[in-house]
Design a protein around this ligand. Structure first.
Ligand SMILES: Cc1cc2nc3c(=O)[nH]c(=O)nc-3n(C[C@H](O)[C@H](O)[C@H](O)COP(=O)(O)O)c2cc1C
Length: 313
């Protein structure tokens, strides 16, 4: 079950995804040691952010709707208060992934420079699903914007491997994902939440204070399977870009599906809101599946989906 992501080894393929685990190590208190190979911090921005007022997280059929608004303690407090907490749990063998966010390319450059080479954070993940205040569009909206911001981050992050968090993309050739890879991402994390909305039919008001938000959980699982399989195929056979696959993983079968589609490791967010210990069951189930498949390691099953569809009898 051990594997390597962008040159960094993880003791387990399970990653507590950004937004599911607080800004630091608190999720580790809810599960036995060894459950998570990595924990991704809440996305951190240059300034502290309160986020949106309630309601900002809702349970809906098939998952969750959220518009948290990047609530986080900000870069200075993260470095002064949270990083020492991460250092204090280094012995447990878990890897911390620092998630960075911002609203301008300069924000990302300053975040990347601050995170570069921080020993307690051997991987950085750029969450680019944020509106660029200069253009009003998200950095992930088009390949050129993606290329520009990822190249700038890459230059400011010379000593730490970079993962880029991707939105759901279904365009032929997956141009936004490919732009991130070409601009220097060492790994890709997909998928982020899918734009969504809920309306209360009695009051006729949007259910989230921000009106629109992001959908996560089982409702988006098969979209993630499709995108990961497509991006893996687009990257090609000889490419070994790491993919952290996530989207509605609640059971080991969901995780195994993402691995066969092309994921190297598995992220979980919504499931951890239901019960963090679901990760223990997913880990156990995956490990038994690897043995049943008769391979020596989980990595051998990455992208190992057979191309032959099941024939109806
Ligand atoms: C409440 C909540 C907060 C989130 N916050 C972040 C965040 O700060 N940064 C980020 O990159 N993704 C964030 N995400 C997205 C998740 O990391 C993940 O990509 C998405 O929820 C799909 O996975 P899931 O179906 O397992 O939840 C958040 C998701 C939820 C549900």
């Amino acid at each position: 079950m051990e594997l390597t992501i962008a040159g960094v080894s993880l003791r387990s393929p399970l990653v507590a995804a950004a937004g599911a685990a607080g800004s630091g190590p608190e999720i580790l208190q809810a599960v036995p040691a060894g459950t998570f190979g990595a924990v991704t911090t809440k996305s951190i921005t240059p300034e502290p952010r309160e986020g949106h007022p309630p309601w900002r997280v809702l349970e809906v059929r098939g998952g969750m709707l959220n518009a948290v608004g990047l609530a986080n303690p900000g870069l200075d407090v993260f470095m002064s208060d949270v990083v020492p907490e991460l250092e204090a749990v280094q012995d447990s063998g878990v890897t911390f992934i620092g998630s960075i966010a911002g609203h301008t390319i300069d924000d990302y450059v300053s975040m990347a420079s601050a995170f570069d080479g921080v020993e307690a954070i051997p991987l950085v993940e750029a969450n680019l699903s944020c509106p660029n205040t200069h253009t009003g569009r998200q950095f992930t909206d088009d390949p050129l914007a993606m290329k520009e911001v990822v190249s700038a981050i890459r230059e400011s992050l010379p000593s730490t491997p970079l993962l880029v968090k991707l939105p759901l993309e279904m365009a032929p050739g997956f141009p936004v994902a490919m732009a991130a890879r070409e601009a220097g991402a060492d790994g890709l994390t997909m998928v982020n939440t899918v734009p969504a909305m809920g309306i209360d039919v009695d009051s006729r008001r949007p259910r989230l204070s921000n009106r629109a938000g992001g959908l996560s959980g089982p409702a988006i699982h098969h979209l993630a399977v499709r995108m990961i399989a497509g991006v893996r195929a687009e990257l090609g056979k000889d490419d070994n870009t790491a993919i952290i696959g996530l989207g509605g993983v609640m059971r080991w079968q969901d995780a195994a599906e993402l691995i066969l589609a092309g994921a190297s490791a598995i992220g979980m967010a919504t499931a951890l809101y239901v019960d963090p210990r679901l990760a223990v069951r997913v880990g156990r189930g995956l490990s038994k599946w690897v043995r049943r498949q008769g391979v020596a390691s989980l990595s051998e099953l990455t992208g190992a989906m057979s191309k032959d569809p099941i024939q109806p009898c």
